[in-house]
Structures are given as C-alpha cells and as structure tokens.
Design a binder for this molecule. Structure first.
Ligand code: GTP
Ligand code: MG
Length: 431
C-alpha cells in the first residue's frame, strides 16, 4: 500500500531565557549589569526531498521537535539560537497546519517554516536606564509554536500502466512492486488505481495501475475519464498490450484504441514518453513474440522502447524495470500546470491590528484581559519578582490596558487574569 497520508506533531524550540547578572571585577565591589539575552528557539521546517516518494517514514516517527535557544550568560554573552529541524517530504505533498493554513510543496528544495521558534528573553543589561542602573530583571524565553500537521501526498505516480481490460496490467505491477492488486481473467477487475513502489538502490518510482480503458473512455465510457485523470501527472506511460488476446481481437486495432483515447483525453498524454510492453509472452511461441516485437519497433517512433514480457515467467521484467528507471528523469520535478509559485500558498504575517487586547469584566473585582501581546508580556516575566511586576505594570499602562480596565470598572487591588495567570493588580502602589 502506498502511504499517502500522515499526521505528525511538531514543536518549535522554546526561546532561551535572558539572565540577571552583574559584572564582577577584582577591584569593583559591585559592577554594572551584564546579563545576556536568550537565543531564539529553532524553527521546524518542511522541505521537499526528491529522493522520497511516499510518507512511509512518518509511520515510524510522528514527533518532531526543534532545539531550544540557549540561555543568556554573564559578561553579556547571548544564548545560541536553536538549530532548526528539517522534515523531508516527497514532491507533491500538501500540508495543513493546525490553524488551517495550507501549503503545496511541489518542487525539490521548496520549503516552508511550519512552526516558528519562540523569541529569546532579554537579559538585565537591556533593562538598564538612566533611572535604573542595576535592574534585577530579565525576560523568559517564549514557547515555540506547536501543533498537529497533516500531510497528504497528492502526486500520484511517476509511471502509469495503461491498456485494455484484461491486458495484464495488474499482474505486471504485482511483479514489479509489492502491490497486491486483484487479478482475474475477466475485464474490469481493477476498479480503482493501484499504486506500487519500484525500489531501486538510490530512489523509488511510483507506478500506477489504471483500470482498463475502452473505446470511448475519454468521453466517459467504461471507467473512463476518472482514471485517465490519474495518469495526467505521470512522467512515463507503459502501454500494456496483450500479444494474443483470448477474445481474438487484433492487437493492432487494440493498440490504436488506447492511443486514441489518451490523445482525446488530453493531448499532453500523447506526448509523454512511452514504453510498449507486449504481455503474456508465455502464451505464444518465442518466435512469434520476437516477430511481433520487431514489427512494433518498425511501426512505432524510434524513442518508444518495445519489450516482450510475461508476468507468468518473469521474462522481460528486469529489463522493464531498468528501462523505467532509465527513462524517468531523476531530478526533474513532475510536470505541473501552473508555476510553482502559483501552487504554493504562503502564510502572510500581518502586523498586529491597532487594538491589541480585550478587557472583560467577569464579576465584581474580577477581570480578564486577553490578546497576544499581553499574553506574551506575562509569559516573559516572573511575577514573583517585584521588579518584573513593576515593569509589567508600566507596560500595561503604556499599552492602554490599565485605562481600559478602569473604564470597565476596575479599582486598584482587584483580580486580573492575563495569559492564564491571576494576580492582584495595584498600579501605582509603592513597591
Ligand atoms: N499466462 C499468462 N497470463 C497472464 C499474464 N499476465 C496476466 N495474465 C492473466 O490475464 C488475466 C488478466 O490479468 P490482469 O493483470 O488482471 O489484467 P488487467 O490488465 O489488470 O485487467 P483489468 O484490471 O480488468 O483492466 C488474468 O487471468 C491473469 O492471470 C502472463 O504474463 N501470462
Ligand atoms: Mg487490473
């Protein structure tokens, strides 16, 4: 089975903490503040790796965490940035973030930052001002973004097997890959495409076995249109043609039917590189098979490879595998209609709106303030530390939070909850 869906959990690194530190020198009893800042936490990045063909790796690993930022140190040393964590996905992977943002990753090397590392906290050196020469105050690092990310592989296959019903397509994919499709001696055994992976030393090719096509398929006859759509994005077609059909039909006419249907569905399909696999060779005399192959080589364009194969005896199957690997370009991304940039949808970070918080009165003497900016302010500071508390209060004043609280009926000493922390706010009270 092809693994075309996965769900993973990602967490970007937490920012390192800033620290409180004072210079120590032999002759100076108390030096100035020199606490360094914490480093930013590492991002989690998803990047297209063209050597991958499915999402199988995510069955073994579902948690992805980037490194946290280093803490600041004395002597104004800043903490190191956390290393980013890069997650490789195959071309054609669509990603949906926990907040609903979607990205289409198509071209090799294309990448997107799926979770941002938290900012580092500032050390006490940065809180020095004219009136505050020895701040005992530093910030904590912020948490990195985290959440569940869904991956969905949209690209169907590198190689499409096409042919009339009963030609032996499913038997071929069952021999070339680990796919185990239903195989039977009647037409339309295959109702849904089967995907299989051909494993080579350095890469994988995804092969699709498409339900049999019949006259009029491009117009919707038989299983028609739906399945032709599945070969649109392949890079190579293998036409599987029965050497001696049981129904006595003429292979020449059968070949023409498939050619016509492909071209009528989409002229680009007619342009795709082609291999002709003459099937069920074990059912005819070797000379007959060889002569048929010669005749087809003479008939078809020079760049069409003609192979005599049998799924029963494995004749010609190694050659077919070699030919597939040789003809599917290694690095070229799958042909896509629109430019990569049109397909890829990037998240746009907008500056915060003018109003950065909301104030709600939940009851007498009980208020809730919410909003990203105020939440971050609280997360950054240790409210047990009086200096930090005074700093937070000043910031709340400046942001207009205190004024908004007062407008909502707040009086000093009332309880206020911000960022999950409830505290008694007494702005202006001497510390
Ligand atoms: N002797 C012999 N029989 C084969 C070979 N390949 C397939 N067959 C038989 O041909 C019949 C059809 O094979 P499938 O692989 O199901 O054919 P298909 O092209 O997938 O058919 P649909 O799914 O109906 O389009 C089955 O009875 C197979 O056993 C072969 O190499 N030699
Ligand atoms: Mg089949």
């Amino acid at each position: 089975m092809l693994h075309d869906r996965a769900k993973i959990e990602v967490r970007a690194g937490r920012g390192g903490d800033g620290i409180v530190s004072f210079r120590r020198e032999a002759h100076v009893p108390k030096g100035g503040p020199d606490g360094g800042d914490g480093g930013r936490g590492g991002n989690v990045i998803v990047r297209v790796d063209d050597s991958l063909r499915d999402l199988q790796a995510f069955r073994r690993r579902v948690h992805f965490r980037a490194e946290r930022g280093g803490h600041g140190e004395g002597a104004q040393r800043h903490g190191a940035e956390g290393d980013p964590l890069v997650i490789g996905v195959p071309p054609g992977t669509q990603i949906e973030r926990w907040d609903g943002t979607r990205y289409d990753l198509v071209a090799p090397g294309q990448e997107v930052t799926i979770a941002r590392g938290g900012a580092g906290g500032r050390g006490n050196k940065r809180f020095t001002s004219a009136v505050r020469q020895a701040p005992r105050l530093s910030e904590r690092g912020l948490e990195g973004e985290e959440g569940v990310v869904e991956l969905h592989l949209k690209l169907l296959a590198d190689v499409g097997l096409v042919g009339l019903p009963n030609a032996g397509k499913s038997s071929l994919i069952a021999r070339l890959t680990r796919a185990q499709p239903k195989i039977a001696g009647y037409p339309f055994t295959t109702l849904e495409p089967n995907l299989g992976t051909l494993e080579a030393a350095d890469r994988q090719l995804v092969i699709a076995d498409i339900p049999g096509l019949i006259e009029g398929a491009s117009g919707g006859a038989g299983l028609g249109h739906d399945f032709l759509a599945h070969v649109e994005r392949t890079r190579l077609l293998v036409h599987v043609l029965d050497l001696a059909p049981l129904d006595g039909s003429d292979p020449l006419e059968n070949h023409a039917v498939i050619d016509r249907e492909l071209a009528e569905h989409d002229p680009r399909l007619a342009e795709l590189p082609r291999i002709l696999a003459l099937s069920k060779a074990d059912l005819v005399e070797p000379e007959v098979a060889a002569a048929a192959a010669e005749a087809w080589r003479a008939r078809l364009a020079e760049d069409v490879a003609v192979l005599v194969t049998s799924s029963a005896t494995r004749e010609g199957l190694d050659e077919l595998a070699v030919e597939l690997l040789r003809r599917v370009p290694v690095l070229a991304p799958a042909p896509v209609e629109a430019g990569v940039d049109e397909l890829a949808e990037y998240r746009v970070y907008r500056p915060a709106a003018a109003k950065e918080f909301d104030v709600e009165r939940r009851g007498p003497g009980d208020f809730l303030v919410s909003g990203d900016v105020v939440d971050r302010l609280i997360a950054r500071h240790d409210l047990e530390n009086e200096e930090a508390q005074a700093h937070v209060e000043r910031r709340l004043h400046r942001l207009g939070v205190i004024a908004a609280l007062e407008a909502a009926g707040f009086t000093p000493g009332d309880d206020v909850e911000i960022g999950g922390v409830v505290f008694e706010l007494d702005p202006g009270a001497p510390l």
